[in-house]
Design a protein around this ligand. Structure first.
Ligand code: FAD
Ligand code: SF4
Length: 381
């Protein structure tokens, strides 16, 4: 099996809109047109670059509207697969956290791996939309609404304006001031989604190409089908390009581990912050891994005589017992908590402790986690 390829679309309109070589859009198009899949789930730009909308299509002509990367779209799409598309054969674009969440749901029998073609995207991190707008105002001295596109390249966050000019600021400088990537992304160690059938990115690639790592026989077949049917052209990367890619990946992993030490060792992680909880259940509802058919927190044994939800400590104890070992550090719980409880930090700290004790890496280890119980196979229908 060829491990690495540089891929370029043969379609000029895709190349014009794509982030790199348009490999992702072209392969998605080939999957739909060759009827390998029934539909494609990915992200498209809404009103502006801060607005990433999950979109499902069965029409190959729609895909041109989804080309390009949205770094200010932390949207997770894995739970959409489990909740609404598990009976379809689909292709889905997956950042590493999406791929890890899909893997965890698969272990709970919520998604059938045979039905899903995972088109992975390497990821250095996402920026919260509201933070992006504020930092563009402050650091770039421009109206965020005048930004027509953004990209992250060589350690800088770059914005392009309506008149074609670009402005760029180093991500380190933004993050030193509390802006830049979401904190969970800064701590994320998985930069290349190797559980996906292919993993696509720009590190190490020649200009105008997407650097693609082929991870599974399914991945190999879909790339070959796209070549055979004229959707893409390919060339092999040089040894030097492969080394550059690996070097950047390793630097990113080292930086993430360093940030974990810094961010996970603060007083703010103490469990007493749970007393602030309003019991709105947003953290549970947004969690891409939490998909039980009947949530234990809704069961009558918590409070037989009233509709009261369990107290916050009990609620978070149950949630933690059920899924902290499977937490993929996507950060969604922390993003939506109205009480600003540092949930992602607390859960990642527990997952890392579990990892240390058992060797289980959420979304990566193939076997089920040790304290997994049959109950969790009760996935939502
Ligand atoms: P295109 O043909 O342009 O297709 C892009 C596809 O990605 C589309 O299907 C689109 O719907 C989907 N998409 C866009 N935004 C998102 C999103 N937020 N979540 C899920 N799907 C999305 N590569 C690296 O090598 N290093 C990095 O540090 C890196 N960071 C990234 C960070 C983010 C948030 C994203 C989305 C991508 C990142 N990539 C990174 C991947 C890179 O930007 C390109 O997506 C990849 O090289 C494929 O290029 P392409 O031209 O083949 O894709
Ligand atoms: Fe409590 Fe925050 Fe979760 Fe709401 S989102 S239930 S306030 S922890």
């Amino acid at each position: 099996m060829v491990k690495y390829l540089q891929i370029k679309s043969t379609d000029a309109s895709i190349l014009e809109k794509a982030e790199n070589g348009g490999a992702v859009t072209s392969i998605l198009k080939s999957l739909l047109e060759l009827k390998t899949v029934e539909g494609v789930l990915n992200i498209k730009k809404g009103n502006d670059v801060y607005d990433g909308i999950p979109t499902y299509t069965t029409n190959p002509d729609d895909l041109i509207n989804t080309a390009g990367s949205l770094h200010c779209a932390p949207t997770m799409i894995s739970d959409i697969v489990a909740r609404y598309l598990k009976d379809e054969v689909i292709a889905v674009t997956t950042k590493p956290c999406d791929a890890m969440a899909i893997d965890e749901i698969m272990k709970r029998s919520g998604i059938n791996r045979d039905n899903v073609f995972m088109i992975g995207l390497n990821c250095g991190g996402t920026v919260r939309p509201t933070v992006a707008e504020e930092m563009i105002r402050l650091f770039y001295d421009i109206d965020p609404e005048t930004v027509v596109s953004e990209e992250i390249n060589k350690g800088s966050f770059i914005v392009e304006l309506e008149d074609g000019t670009e402005k760029s600021v180093k991500i380190d400088d933004l993050e030193d001031e509390g802006y830049g990537r979401r904190e969970n992304c800064q701590r994320c160690e998985l930069k290349v989604p190797r559980k996906a059938d292919i993993a696509c990115g720009n590190w190490g690639s020649s200009k105008g190409y997407t650097f693609v790592e082929i991870n599974t026989p399914k991945g190999e077949k879909i790339v070959q089908d796209a070549i055979d049917n004229g959707y893409i052209e390919v060339k092999e990367p040089s040894e030097k390009q492969i080394k550059i890619r690996s070097k950047v990946e390793n630097i990113m992993i080292k930086m993430a581990k360093k940030t974990q030490k810094k961010q996970l060792n603060t007083e703010a992680n103490e469990f007493d912050v749970f007393t602030r909880c309003l019991k709105c259940y947003r953290c549970r509802d947004v969690c891409p891994v939490c998909n039980c058919k009947v949530c234990s927190l809704e069961k009558p044994y918590f409070n037989e005589n009233s509709n009261e939800k369990p107290d916050p400590l009990l609620m978070h104890g149950v949630r933690m017992g059920h899924m902290s070992f499977s937490c993929v550090n996507c950060g969604q719980c922390e993003d939506v908590c109205p009480m600003e409880i540092p949930l992602a930090k607390i859960y990642q700290r527990v997952q890392l402790k579990y990892r240390e004790e058992t060797g289980y890496v959420s979304g990566v280890t193939t076997e089920k986690p040790m304290i997994y119980s049959g109950d969790k196979e009760e996935i939502v229908e």
